[in-house]
Write a protein that binds this ligand. Structure first.
Ligand code: UDP
Ligand code: MG
Length: 318
């Protein structure tokens, strides 16, 4: 079988892990090429997402020593999702099938064989799903769980415990390229692409060097995109609260008039101040949520490019 496989690996300040990642992936890919599972035109593509350290020079060095490694250099840091998309869209034209994974070897590379088996069985998308999160911190494990539950409630279709370790065929990528949104959340988009998909379970390892490039702030903003880019339920929720409060306010008005007619209007300070605070709070929250969506419309209508490529190191492109 002559399947051309591209591994796509977004990298942001990964100088500490890159040599080891490259070594392990090369070993893996060479075994697969020698067994004839994949073609010798297969490549390991590192995408440099505007790193501030030596990441790009390491990628260049790897490519110069061995054409098995290709590189893509973005013009500046665009974030994990955009860097991944840049890699996938470039690899799409050079390969039959791609697998995306993290630079830190948290995704167990030994299941790549099973991904390819599934591809040969006819699946266009194979999701790598973590069988357990035992190696994550307590905080990450629980916030992730809460996020998946909330997403589910909001009606977003995504695969449970699947990060971006995933196989996609050429035609699945062609379909993905038709989604033009700027606020990218690939885990939510890929299920919308359709085609036959399946799951492969794996154990997630610890990052073997360096720090996570997803601090809490980035994680929260990513989770928020994962909801607001796909679901209008938060807006419906605001409408529902509006209706309920309107009904309650009619009852409250009756209550106030009756008390006024009965002549005791002196007390009521508690009631008034509570109303002001509660309503003020709800209004602010609502404006905030609506504003989020307007912000999304704003960035989508501008339709700015999601990434700009500065350099490609791959002998097939020259
Ligand atoms: N990454 C990136 N651009 C960024 C942040 C992260 O390309 O702005 C890459 C990073 O190099 C890694 C992957 O995205 O390959 C996932 O990041 P990380 O492993 O730090 O996240 P975690 O596994 O802790 O969620
Ligand atoms: Mg990681």
């Amino acid at each position: 079988m002559n399947t051309v496989l591209y591994l796509v690996i977004p990298c942001y300040n990964e100088e500490e892990v890159l040599h080891e990642t490259a070594r392990q992936l090369k070993e893996k890919i060479e075994i697969m090429i020698s067994k004839g599972t994949i073609s010798n035109q297969s490549r390991i593509m590192f995408v440099n997402d505007g790193s501030k350290d030596k990441t790009w020079s390491i990628i260049k060095e790897l490519h110069n020593k061995d054409s098995l490694f290709s590189g893509l250099n973005l013009s500046r840091n665009r974030g994990h999702q955009n860097a991944l998309l840049a890699g996938l869209m470039t690899a799409k034209d050079l390969s039959d099938v791609t697998i995306s994974l993290d630079a830190d070897l948290q995704d167990d590379i030994h299941v790549i064989d099973r991904f390819i088996e599934k591809y040969h069985d006819g699946y266009d998308v194979v999701y790598g799903v973590r069988s357990s999160r035992a190696k994550d911190t307590w905080f990450k494990r629980n916030t992730a769980l809460a996020f998946y539950r909330f997403q589910e409630k909001m009606g977003v279709n995504s695969v449970y415990n699947h990060a971006d370790y995933r196989l996609m065929s050429k035609r699945a990528l062609e379909a993905l390229s038709q989604f033009k949104e700027v606020n990218l959340f690939l885990r939510g988009l890929v299920p919308l692409v359709g085609f036959d998909s399946c799951i492969v379970e794996y154990e997630r390892n610890e990052r073997f060097a360096g720090e996570s490039k997803y601090p809490l702030k980035k994680m929260l903003s990513f989770a928020w995109d994962g909801i607001t880019s796909f679901s209008i339920k938060p807006i419906r929720f605001v409408t529902l609260i509006g209706i309920i409060i309107f009904v309650v306010s009619i009852l409250v008005t009756f209550y106030c008039i009756i008390r006024k007619l009965m002549g005791d209007t002196v007390d009521g300070w508690t009631f008034l101040s509570c109303s002001i605070w509660v309503l003020g709070g709800i209004q602010l929250l609502s404006i905030g949520i609506v504003g989020e969506y307007i912000g999304k419309i704003y960035s989508e209508t501008k339709a700015r490019p999601r990434y700009i490529i500065k350099e490609i190191l791959d002998e097939k492109t020259v």
